[in-house]
Design a binder for this molecule. Structure first.
Ligand SMILES: C[S@@+](CC[C@H](N)C(=O)[O-])C[C@H]1O[C@@H](n2cnc3c(N)ncnc32)[C@H](O)[C@@H]1O
Length: 180
């Protein structure tokens, strides 16, 4: 798989809006970036003085004071419970079958602090989504993935760098305070 087909290596304005709303002006928080790629999101977080653990099976970003880079399969790593204020996935988990993703997100729920957030951008079922051949999500899939979270998700349709029109779910969910 050539991952360059799947990312333009920029930070989507949807994430910037999300970040500004919940983390703007805050520092010292800890994020996990699942499938960080070349790190546009991790760098965005780090530049804003929050810490980030960036995991990718191929890329290994240079570690800095605020960025810990791990080259690993996200399905093979584990973290101490309640480690993260926020977990983000920009178009990595969409590459995997639903049951694997459900399991991973449920595991990541344990990594999140109570009240922690999960931000995800994932390919949606759409007649326009012709080029990317990864698994496509539906509304019912999103509900299965985010069992034990509450929040919102919406469809976001935009033009890719290739000129094609693609539809994604943007998910912004909070782990229930009781952690169940
Ligand atoms: C579409 S790219 C997105 C990269 C980055 N999140 C971005 O938005 O620029 C998907 C990334 O997931 C990574 N990836 C694929 N399978 C993975 C796995 N099992 N564990 C960790 N990373 C994985 C790929 O190496 C790739 O960098």
């Amino acid at each position: 798989m050539d991952v360059r087909l799947y990312t333009d290596n920029t930070v989507c304005h949807k994430f910037k809006d999300f970040y500004d709303e919940f983390y703007g002006g805050k520092t010292g928080l800890t994020f996990l970036d699942i499938g960080c790629g070349e790190g546009p999101f991790s760098k965005y977080i780090e530049e804003r003085k929050n810490r980030v653990v960036a995991v990718d099976i191929i890329n290994e970003l240079p570690c800095t004071e605020c960025l810990m880079s791990i080259r690993a399969d996200i399905f093979e790593v584990d973290f101490v419970p309640n480690s993260f204020d926020c977990v983000i996935d920009n178009c990595c988990l969409q590459l995997f079958p639903l049951d694997k993703v459900v399991e991973l997100i449920q595991k990541a729920k344990g990594w999140l602090k109570p009240g922690g957030r999960f931000y995800c951008k994932t390919a949606a079922e759409s007649p326009y989504y012709t080029r990317v051949k990864s698994r496509l999500s539906t509304e019912s899939n999103i509900k299965k993935m985010f069992n034990g979270f509450k929040g919102e998700y919406s469809l976001f349709t935009a033009r890719l760098m290739t000129g094609e029109i693609a539809s994604h779910y943007i998910v912004n969910m909070v782990k229930y305070k009781n952690g169940k």
